[in-house]
Design a protein around this ligand. Structure first.
Ligand SMILES: Nc1ncnc2c1ncn2[C@@H]1O[C@H](COP(=O)(O)OP(=O)(O)OP(=O)(O)O)[C@@H](O)[C@H]1O
Ligand SMILES: [Mg+2]
Length: 311
């Protein structure tokens, strides 16, 4: 399959900063896929999105988008992409309906087609009953959804979504997920950045984990799971002592007890041991959050413990 985006040795150092934001990035993003870029704050995700969407010049390397050199031929790229920047806000003085409709018209879409797509997307995104509400009167989450609706309604082949679901309630997040899935079914390519690893895993056919401007691991969610030493997690109460646990795997203290990353057999043994003592125990395959912890050594969101999962 052709690549929607191909980056080779891509690097970026912002003016007046001594550390590079991106270093030697080699990435291929297959056309027709949902591709997840994950990494902590400041890892370089937005920098990559801005370069690939022709808003920022790289310092080094090459980037090809939909078959065009994004640096030399940005205009050829722009007509075929749509972007939701991380910090963007929609125009306040329009209604949701006008926002979407005029965006499509500005992209050059015929009036009747723009009308049809606007009605369709507002229905799909649960915004139909608020179509005539001014954007300035919407909550932050609804504004974000209106932006998402706007770019999904477009005919762009490649969509850049930089943290589209940040600040959305769980139901609204699911609506955005459904929109992303529809885009993929329609043959479009979506580049998604997110801090929600469940989201990245649920939606993406491939993922790249970026840390300090470098790709640390890349592949399908299954590939990435295969890369770690301990594919299971066991949570146990604090009444067990750490010394009892260390032989099973990698032990760390978490709120209310212990988290042990272990191989499957050791995880089962540990679970049996705990059950034998009538202790609460949960064993589960590791989450992407855990993978991040094992590969990078710190949680994705510094200071927060990894999400608990019950087997
Ligand atoms: N305009 C800028 N000028 C100078 N440095 C910048 C600029 N934008 C970003 N940086 C730096 O580049 C690095 C990567 O930032 P970037 O915004 O790409 O990270 P990110 O992965 O999108 O983070 P987040 O998850 O917080 O959105 C950071 O060290 C950041 O401070
Ligand atoms: Mg960002």
């Amino acid at each position: 399959m052709a690549d929607a985006i191909r980056a080779e040795r891509l690097g970026k150092t912002y003016p007046h900063s001594k550390d590079a934001a991106l270093v030697g990035i080699d990435l291929r993003i297959p056309a027709g896929s949902v591709y997840g870029l994950i990494g902590r704050n400041g890892a370089g995700k937005t920098t990559f999105v801005r370069i690939a969407s022709t808003q920022l010049m790289p310092s080094e390397g090459e980037i090809w988008v939909l078959g065009h050199d994004a640096v030399a031929e940005p205009r050829s790229v722009r007509a075929r992409i749509a972007v939701i920047p991380q910090e963007s806000r929609p125009l306040y003085f329009l209604t949701i309906d006008e926002l979407v409709f005029h965006h499509l018209r500005m992209r050059g879409m015929e009036r009747a087609e723009a009308r049809r797509r606007t009605d369709q997307v507002l229905g799909q995104m649960g915004l139909a009953d608020r179509a005539d509400t001014l954007v300035s009167r919407l909550s932050g989450g609804l504004r974000r959804r209106a932006m998402v609706a706007m770019i999904f309604a477009s005919d762009a082949e490649l969509l850049f979504l930089d943290e589209p679901t940040t600040g959305l309630d769980p139901l609204a997040r699911r609506e955005v997920w459904a929109a992303i899935q529809r885009a993929r079914e329609g043959g479009r390519t979506v580049l998604l950045t997110t801090h929600y690893l469940d989201e990245a895993e649920a939606l993406s056919s491939r993922l790249a984990l970026i840390e300090r401007g470098r790709v640390i691991v890349e592949g399908t969610p299954a590939d990435i799971r295969g890369r770690v030493k301990y594919p299971f997690r066991v949570t146990l109460p604090a009444s067990l002592s750490q010394s009892e646990l260390t032989s099973y795997g990698e032990v760390s203290g978490v709120a209310g007890g212990w988290l042990v990353f272990a191989r499957e057999e050791a995880a089962r043994e540990l679970t049996r041991l705990a059950l034998g003592r009538n202790l609460a125990v949960a064993m589960a395959p590791i989450s992407l959050e855990d993978i991040f912890l094992q590969l990078v050594g710190r949680p994705l969101t510094e200071g927060e413990s990894a999400g608990e999962e019950v087997a």
